[in-house]
Design a protein around this ligand. Structure first.
Ligand SMILES: Nc1nc2c(c(=O)[nH]1)N[C@H]1C(S)=C(S)[C@@H](COP(=O)(O)O)O[C@H]1N2
Ligand SMILES: [Mo]
Length: 312
C-alpha cells in the first residue's frame, strides 16, 4: 500500500554518465567542461507516495531544499559543508540491508524496501539544531523509530540502542581520513529511542532522501544536537550497557552521551545560548536556543531527576 519508489540504479547518475554528460555539454558549447554546475552527486529527485501529513511543525518557515541539501555535515564525504553534496553520489543506497541485533528476541536483517512496506510514511516538520550553533527547519518523511523497536522486541535486559553508519571507503572517500573513529556510531537510551518524536527518516520535501542527507535511512532526534541524528544506518544494536558514540570517543569533554540541546550548557569552545538559522540571511538576528530545542513539553519527563549539566 505504501510504495517506496526507489530510483533504479540505472537512474542514478554514475561517475561515467556524469563525465559523458559533461562531455556532451562541452560539445554542444553549453559551457566549459569544468564549469558544469551540476554536482557529481546529482541523482534524479523522486517523489514518495502515500505520505500522510501531520501537524508537527506546521506553520514554521521551512529551510529551502537547496540549503538542506548543500549545507551538510556528513564527514564520511569530507568535513566541508559542501563536500557531502559534491561527493555523496558514490554512495550506493540500493540494495540496502539493515541489521537489527543484540538484546532482541527477533534479530533480523531487512532490506530497506521491505522495511518501508511495513510502515506508513508521515511528513513531520522538525527543527534541527547543530552543535555548531546553526539550525534548519526540515520537512522530513519517515516513521517512528519506536515501530521498528517494537517489531524487533528488545529483551528485558536491553537498555540502550546503538546505531552504526555505512563504512565502506570505496563509496565514502572521507573514511580514509581518521577525523573520527569509524564507523560513525551513535546511541540512545531505550526510552529515548521509543519516544514518539524519534523518527527514522527516508525522505525530505516529499522526496526520497538525497545521499548527502543520509540516504536511504537516517535517524532524526529533534531535541538533541544534530550529530545524534546518524545517517545512512546499516545496523541497529540493542545493548545492556551505554554505548560510546563517535563524538564522545573523539572528545568526551565536548560531547556527552545525551547531547540534549541546552542553552545553559556551553560547548567548552563556544556558547550554545543562541543560533543562526540557515537561509535567513547574513544580517538576520540570531535566535535564542531553546531548552531541548523547543521540544521540552514532549521530552522533559525523560530526564526528570537528572543533572543535565553533568549528564550533558
Ligand atoms: N554518519 C554520519 N551521520 C551524521 C553526521 C556525520 O558526519 N556522519 N553528521 C551529523 C551532524 S554533526 C549533523 S548537524 C547532522 C546534519 O544533517 P543534515 O546534513 O541532513 O542537515 O547529521 C549528523 N549525522
Ligand atoms: Mo552537527
Amino acid at each position: 500500500m505504501y510504495k517506496y519508489p526507489l530510483p533504479a540504479p540505472s537512474e542514478i547518475t554514475s561517475p561515467e554518465a556524469f563525465r559523458q554528460r559533461r562531455a556532451l555539454v562541452a560539445a554542444l558549447g553549453l559551457g566549459a567542461a569544468g564549469a558544469w554546475p551540476l554536482p557529481a552527486s546529482a541523482t534524479l529527485r523522486q517523489k514518495l507516495s502515500g505520505v500522510q501529513s501531520t501537524s508537527y511543525g506546521r506553520g514554521e518557515t521551512l529551510t529551502s531544499y537547496d540549503d538542506i541539501t548543500t549545507y551538510n555535515n556528513f564527514y564520511e564525504f569530507g568535513t566541508g559543508k559542501e563536500d557531502p553534496s559534491q561527493n555523496a553520489g558514490s554512495l550506493r543506497t540500493r540494495p540496502w540491508t539493515l541489521v537489527v541485533d543484540g538484546a532482541v528476541r527477533r534479530p533480523r536483517q531487512i532490506g530497506v524496501e521491505d522495511l518501508l512496506r511495513q510502515y506508513p510514511l508521515q511528513e513531520r516538520i522538525y527543527r534541527l539544531r547543530c552543535v555548531e550553533a546553526w539550525s534548519m527547519v526540515i520537512p522530513w518523511v519517515g516513521f517512528p523509530l519506536r515501530q521498528l523497536i517494537d517489531w524487533a522486541q528488545p529483551t528485558g535486559s536491553a537498555r540502550f540502542v546503538q546505531f552504526f553508519s555505512q563504512d565502506d571507503p570505496e563509496q565514502m572517500p572521507g573514511l580514509r581520513r581518521h577525523v573520527l573513529d569509524w564507523p560513525y556510531t551513535e546511541g540512545l537510551r531505550l526510552d529515548e529511542a521509543r519516544h514518539p518524536l524519534a523518527l527514522l527518516a527516508v525522505g525530505l520535501y516529499g522526496e526520497v532522501l538525497p545521499n548527502q542527507d543520509g540516504a536511504p535511512i537516517r535517524l532524526v532526534v529533534p531535541w538533541k544536537y544534530g550529530f545524534k541524528s546518524i545517517k545512512s544506518i546499516v545496523r541497529i544494536r540493542f545493548t545492556e550497557t551505554q554505548p560510546v558514540s563517535s563524538w564522545t570517543r573523539a572528545n568526551p569533554d565536548e560531547y556527552g552521551f545525551f547531547s540534549n540541546v541546552n542553552p545553559a550548557v556551553d560547548h567548552p569552545r563556544w556558547s550554545q545560548a543562541t543560533e543562526r538559522r540557515i537561509g535567513a540571511g547574513l544580517f538576520s538576528a540570531r535566535r535564542k536556543t531553546l531548552m531541548f530545542n523547543g521540544y521540552g513539553e514532549e521530552v522533559a519527563s525523560l530526564y526528570q531527576g537528572m543533572d543535565l549539566k553533568r549528564d550533558f
